[in-house]
Design a protein around this ligand. Structure first.
Ligand code: C5P
Length: 328
């Protein structure tokens, strides 16, 4: 096997409750992640040295050097395997000892090829999806045998949303967002419409705007999981789900990107059950009643001219998944 291809999903946050700024520059969160059927594909193949090539949606904005999140994930996996610290257990015993972290043919590098459909800096964790896909792909390429939990531990070191892109489904995230618990909710299929904005928002700047809006004297309460949202997910009540979507980053995102107010209003006027900015924005998402309603909503939204483009997506979907080794 010389090439492994993995696809990894975008995420939306059904709830994003942000606590005060921590000394390490992050914010404590309670978030409900939801993986949707908008995927990037990442292939890895043995090479003399690490490299990355990016094509597709927003490729020009993706760093092609060592800053690329997928390459950082490759390095993190290699380091975890080399030091045996991928899954530190209570005993400190390593589950990774003896694994090589290199392709069977001995070539130490990896050529990573990313085919993007998830827009960049859009609040959909596209970079995290690429990192998650690279982790899962190299685990396969190197026959490293890390478990899902071990991969999530390595993922958490690469970025706050990477572990969720490995896990997928619907999950509650705490800490920086990297401490995950799958949501124990009945299987359901929700239909979403995404409105992609003409522009982007850098995540740290949106968190910074939230901190300034709250002011130093009111850094915000400790974030709490929304009972209303969880009860809507447990019962599959879509009207209630639509009403209970929430995102503390929505107000700062709108203040930095005022056109989003119109996008959200347009979706509501077109009959969406719920409307929210995704993560740190600027993508907005809308809940539809069913697949047909999602199509109607997408057509109506694109007719309003309030966004660059629209897409339909279903959720939840699995996390990063191997879709094919290819023969040479
Ligand atoms: O972890 P990641 O690199 O995805 O985070 C990007 C930036 O988003 C961080 O540098 C930080 O400014 C902000 N962030 C935060 N609190 C979080 C997650 C991200 O402030 N829980």
């Amino acid at each position: 096997m010389t090439t492994v291809t993995v696809r990894a999903p975008a995420k939306i946050n059904l709830q994003l409750a942000v606590g005060p700024l921590r000394p390490d520059g992050y914010h404590d969160l309670v978030t409900v992640f939801h993986a949707i059927s908008l995927f990037d594909e990442v292939s890895v193949a043995p090479a003399e040295a690490d490299s990355v090539t990016v094509s597709g949606e927003g490729a020009a904005q993706v760093p092609a050097g060592p800053d690329n999140l997928a390459l950082r994930a490759v390095s993190a996996l290699r380091a975890a395997i080399a030091s045996g610290t991928g899954a530190p257990g209570a005993s400190g015993r390593s589950g990774l000892a003896g694994r090589t972290g290199a392709a069977p043919d001995g070539r130490a590098g990896v050529a990573v090829t990313i085919s993007k459909r998830i827009p960049v800096a859009a609040g959909l964790a596209g970079g995290s999806a690429d990192a998650a896909a690279a982790l899962v792909a190299c685990n396969e390429l190197w026959h490293a045998g890390l478990s899902l939990q071990e991969l999530c531990e390595v993922a958490a070191r690469v970025g706050s949303d990477v572990a969720f892109a490995v896990l997928g489904g619907t999950a509650v995230g705490r800490g920086r967002g990297e401490r995950l618990m799958p949501a124990l909710v009945p299987s359901a299929r929700y239909h979403w419409v995404l409105a992609f904005a003409d522009g982007y928002l850098p995540t740290p700047a949106v968190y910074g705007t939230l901190d300034r809006m709250r002011g130093p004297l009111a850094p915000g309460p400790a974030p709490e999981l929304s009972d209303e949202l969880m009860s809507a997910l447990r019962s599959g009540d879509q009207e209630k789900l639509g009403r209970s979507l929430s995102n503390d980053l929505q107000a700062p995102a709108i203040s930095m990107f005022p056109a989003l107010r119109k996008t959200l209003a347009a979706g509501q006027e077109c009959g969406a059950l719920g409307a929210l900015v995704s993560g740190s924005g600027p993508t907005c998402f809308f809940l539809a009643r069913d697949a047909g309603h999602a199509t109607d909503l997408a057509v109506a939204l694109s007719g309003t001219g309030v966004c660059r483009s629209v897409a339909r997506a279903a959720g939840p979907v699995p996390g990063a998944t191997v879709i094919g080794p290819q023969a040479p």
